[in-house]
Design a protein. Structure first.
Length: 106
């Protein structure tokens, strides 16, 4: 599967977006911390974290007996650069041109 497809698949689920929001708010959370904020089983949360890790949106690090989860925003930025930014460029250019035109007329 292409990396973009994995990222889009991971972002398609509201539970996974919620997990990313929690990690954005405070990075380095344990599975127990993340699980406590959701009404689902530990295994359900683990499954969602696995999809996020496969998309490289979450990375883990062991700290003693704990496994900490961290947000990796790079894949989202790459999606933004590839799929969003280029489509907004025309509108921004048009607004800048309009501003210049109106300033000339004033």
């Amino acid at each position: 599967m292409i990396d973009d497809d994995r990222v889009f698949k991971a972002l398609a689920d509201p539970t996974r977006r919620f997990l990313l929001d929690r990690l954005f708010a405070r990075d380095g959370r344990t599975l127990s911390e993340l699980e406590s904020e959701l009404e689902m089983t530990r295994f359900g949360v683990m499954k969602h974290l696995r999809v996020l890790a496969d998309a490289d949106l979450v990375v883990t690090r062991r700290s003693g007996r704990e496994k900490l989860h961290f947000l990796n925003p790079v894949p989202i930025r790459l999606i933004y650069d590839r799929w969003i930014d280029k489509y907004t460029e025309r509108q921004v250019s048009a607004l800048a041109d309009l501003k210049s035109e109106l300033e000339k007329q004033a």
